[in-house]
Design a protein around this ligand. Structure first.
Ligand SMILES: [Zn+2]
Length: 507
């Protein structure tokens, strides 16, 4: 037997010094939808997420609370892991960067490889540093003298650090991105990063003194006075999460990554620093960097000061995870999007409930009532065949869009297929056929039961719980993507008990 084709996808590794917000959820569910689709295609999928713990912000937060940094990280990372579970992120590894056994050896190995290549050198440095970003900035990158992300003035820092020879890789990075060998999606982000690279790449600092790091972070190999710069070690999660530095076989199976899912604020790290580090280490490059936008809440940027940070735990508790996933994934995949609870309720009521919930319920209840809860024996008419073929085509197109990570458009096609199936039910009036033409009635219900089954497959990446509930109501096992369009529910098969899939949400 041939080994399964692999697919490896990552989310960014969030800082754990603040609570998870909707932006994290968006990234989790986007990565998860892609991972689930690839799994449905029959691939062996690895999905890595985790926690970026070696930042100065954690040191500062722990000092404020009077606890150890490790204690703070243990507590905060656990919240992110619970979040990942709540949103049904199908991760295969949750990698914490404070993990000395499974993370440190891999990133120290990368350091040594870059050093061997002659790409790491020591230099006295003076620069403007934003603790929030864990990044140095040039004065011209700071409009009004403040970090554009954090609106805070950076610190001026002077010390002797290790530097990475990024400038050396400028022509190679430019070529890789221009030719899509390293694909940056969408095009606007590709243009943005190309113009950044063309503007000239400067070597960057990849360590800090033990003193400034307060002893927290990955030790630089061979220099006890220095600690790795947080990004250098955090990016390494993408390889240590699949075994680099401790399980080379697993690593060899999954690397290179098929897709890194990130937010637009950290594009530079993923499309410039990270590939340069890999080039220097002699490791293959990821294939694609997928960049999503930010979420605003009722038209405003989420911020602590505005107090409009929506707690995802609250949303899931109140509305359920599938409606939240649906609401986020039905927004433009790569653009900024707006969230409101009102929109969530409306999408649940007018789309999930009115379309998918209605279809599944009316077909299953009808089969229960008219056919004793069994799949009827049906001979499809020419019109049925034509309808089924066009539906299959629609869902196959949705699959192609999933390959390109065009999640919103793929979801729209699946929802369109739901609408069409509802219309077919309405048009054929099976409740009338049941009296006058039972054979025709059987064929229509046979067909529509398979439409329900196909939709459960196509919607699984987006609303996995509802999908498995549909399969439960069909009393059938989940199927792979290739099952779409196939008549796998045999006549006489006993169906499960129908139950409403979605609830109407009131204010
Ligand atoms: Zn900043």
């Amino acid at each position: 037997m041939l080994p399964l084709e692999k697919f490896y996808i990552t989310t960014a590794i969030p800082y754990v010094n603040a609570a998870p917000h909707l932006g994290h959820v968006l990234e989790f569910v986007q990565a998860d939808a892609i991972a689930r689709y690839q799994k449905l295609k029959g691939k062996e999928v690895a999905l890595i997420t985790g926690a970026d713990e070696n930042s100065l912000k954690n040191v500062q937060a722990a000092e404020k609370e009077g606890i150890s940094v490790q204690q703070l990280c243990d507590r905060n990372s656990e919240v992110f892991r619970q979040m990942a579970d709540k949103v049904c992120l199908s991760y295969t590894c949750f990698r914490r960067t404070s993990d000395k056994k499974l993370h440190w050896p891999g990133v120290q190995k990368v350091w040594e490889l870059c050093e061997k290549r002659g790409d790491i050198y020591k230099k006295k440095y003076r620069g403007l540093y934003c603790v929030g970003c864990e990044s140095f900035y040039e004065p011209e990158e700071l409009p009004g003298g403040v970090c554009p992300e954090h609106k805070a003035a950076p610190e001026e820092i002077e010390e002797e650090n290790y530097f990475f020879r990024l400038s050396k890789y400028q022509p190679e990075l430019e070529r890789l991105i221009e030719t899509d060998e390293l694909q940056v999606v969408p095009q606007t982000r590709k243009n943005e990063i190309l113009s950044f690279i063309k503007g000239g790449l400067k070597d960057f600092s990849i360590s800090r003194s033990v003193g400034r790091a307060k002893g927290w972070g990955v030790a630089v190999p061979g220099d006890p006075a220095q600690i790795m710069y947080v990004w250098f070690d955090a990016l390494g999660t993408y390889i240590t999460g699949i075994g680099y530095g401790n399980d080379e076989k697993e690593f060899g199976k999954f690397w290179p990554a098929d897709c890194h899912v990130i937010g637009k604020g950290i594009l530079r790290f993923h499309a410039v620093y990270w590939p340069a580090m890999l080039l220097s280490s002699g490791l293959p490059l990821p294939k694609r960097v997928l960049v999503h936008g930010y979420i605003t809440v009722e038209g405003q940027k989420m911020s602590k000061t505005l107090g409009n940070i929506v707690d995802p735990f609250y949303l899931i508790e109140r509305y359920g995870v599938d409606p939240l996933r649906y609401c986020l994934l039905s927004e433009p995949t790569f653009e900024d999007s707006d969230f409101s609870e009102k929109a969530l309720r409306e999408k649940n009521n007018n789309e999930l409930l009115a379309n998918i919930g209605n279809l599944v319920n009316r077909v299953l209840v009808f089969a229960q009532r008219e056919f004793g809860g069994r799949v009827p024996q049906g001979r499809l008419s020419e019109e049925d065949e034509g309808f089924a073929a066009s539906q299959k085509k629609r869902l196959e197109r949705a699959g192609q869009l999933m390959e390109e990570a065009r999640l919103k458009e793929a979801l729209e096609l699946a929802m369109e297929a739901g609408k069409e199936a509802n219309a077919y039910f309405q048009k054929n009036e099976p409740w009338k056929l049941a009296r006058g033409n039972p054979e025709r009635c059987a064929a229509v219900i046979y067909l529509l039961l398979h439409q329900v089954k196909d939709l459960a497959i196509a919607l699984e990446p987006f609303i996995p719980n509802s999908s498995s509930e549909i399969f439960r109501q069909l009393n059938a096992k989940g199927e792979r993507w290739e099952g779409i369009g196939k008549y796998t529910l045999e006549a006489g098969h006993v169906l499960g008990t129908p139950a409403p899939l979605f609830k109407k949400m009131e204010k």
